[in-house]
Design a binder for this molecule. Structure first.
Ligand SMILES: NC(=O)C1=CN([C@@H]2O[C@H](COP(=O)(O)OP(=O)(O)OC[C@H]3O[C@@H](n4cnc5c(N)ncnc54)[C@H](O)[C@@H]3O)[C@@H](O)[C@H]2O)C=CC1
Ligand SMILES: O=C(CO)COP(=O)(O)O
Length: 339
């Protein structure tokens, strides 16, 4: 089966390299012709995934039609803000009943639409085989062939089975899930907590506080997801707790690194302008905060991350606010209902 990868950042490149071990019809799409030409010449993505060879079997193009036409599986892995637009652009060349995989992590808009939802809208009438792929999978490690596990989720069982079969390898273990909401919310919201953990590490608050923040962060993520129909158990799996752990603790994480810089006093603007890479947690925090306010969902960590991003609180002030919240029983903070 032909597999098209739309987005040649670190993650798209790493997934292609992983797939190259078992597939022969692979096309990596990047927006700029000069980037496609450079990747073809150097067989290395020096900007986003340096030090890893791009096997010859991967064709690289800046022609979207060439990438998408004839593909049985199209993977979208642009930054979240570009997913809806990208899905709209691929629609006219998309094969009937092709599987479309959303591998980005974030939300589509401040209405709380998930990425798979906006993809489904854009490709309606062509295919309903939409799958989210999400888990603790830093591109640097996947590209280097280190072992990891992830989750493929869809409401269409045969679609999720196809993705499991296509992506599974001796070093890339794929689990199936029918809870696409939980898988997507987990992948999006853990980036907010990684930013917060970075801040905490930036001002050197120690290991106990990081454990507390990750645990309370997971409760907050779960509370949000369950409110919008996700299954609670999904947050305890690879796409929830698994990804939370890796992003809050790994030196590979752009979100954690950005948080450290915020803790050290850099502004969000300075951080974003200083990197070519996407720091999804900033956009997601602002979107989630708006939704949480509207829906009366208690999300204190997210709120403080937004105060930091907007320059309203210092890291010390955010800590003070979180530590001084009302006394309560731990059990009363767990989510109990879904819509
Ligand atoms: N890097 C990682 O380890 C992982 C990243 N992800 C997710 O995958 C998505 C992409 O992340 P990365 O590949 O790491 O990004 P990256 O930061 O390595 O590169 C961003 C890529 O997106 C392209 N891009 C920027 N704006 C665009 C636009 N408007 N339209 C189309 N393309 C655009 C850039 O040219 C570049 O190729 C994000 O949502 C991220 O959360 C998911 C799992 C792992
Ligand atoms: O999602 C990721 C790992 O699973 C990547 O996290 P960062 O975007 O923080 O690097």
């Amino acid at each position: 089966m032909k597999i098209a990868m739309i987005g040649a950042g670190g993650w798209g490149t790493a997934m292609m390299i992983s797939l190259a071990g078992r597939h022969k019809d692979l096309v990596l799409y990047c927006r700029k012709p000069e980037t496609a030409e450079k990747l073809n010449r150097e067989r290395e993505n020096k900007e986003y995934l340096p030090g890893v060879h791009l096997p010859e079997v991967i064709r690289i193009t800046s022609d979207l039609k060439e990438a998408v036409e004839g593909a049985g599986c199209v993977v979208i892995c642009t930054p979240s803000k570009a997913v809806a637009d990208t899905a709209g652009k691929i629609a006219k060349w998309l094969e009937k009943d092709a599987v479309v995989v959303s591998a980005s992590k974030g939300l589509a808009d401040d209405e709380g639409h998930r990425l798979s939802e906006v993809i489904a809208q854009k490709v309606a009438g062509i295919t309903d085989r939409i799958v989210a792929l999400s888990g603790p999978n830093h591109a640097e490690e996947v590209g280097a062939g280190l072992p990891c596990a992830t989750v493929a989720a869809s409401e269409v069982p045969e679609a999720v089975q196809i993705v499991q079969d296509l992506f599974m390898s001796p070093v890339f273990r794929v689990y199936r899930s029918d809870d696409i909401r939980g898988v997507e919310y987990g992948g999006a919201l853990k980036n907010i907590m990684a930013l917060a953990c970075g801040v905490l590490d930036g001002i050197k608050l120690g290991d106990n506080s990081r454990a507390a923040l990750m645990t309370r962060g997971l409760v907050e993520m779960t509370r949000f997801g369950v409110r919008f129909g996700a299954k609670m158990n999904t947050f305890f799996g690879l796409s929830g707790m698994g990804d939370l752990v890796v992003t809050c603790t790994s030196s590979h994480s752009r979100n954690h690194t950005a948080g450290v810089m915020m803790g050290e006093g850099k502004t969000a603007k300075e951080i974003v302008e200083g990197t070519n890479m996407v720091v999804e947690g900033m956009r997601t925090a602002l979107l989630v905060h708006e939704i949480a306010k509207r829906e009366h969902i208690d999300m204190p960590i997210t709120e403080e991350v937004c105060c930091l991003i907007n320059g309203e609180h210092t890291a010390r002030k955010a800590l003070e606010v979180l530590m001084a919240r009302a006394k309560k029983a731990e059990s009363e903070t767990y989510p109990t209902e879904s819509l």
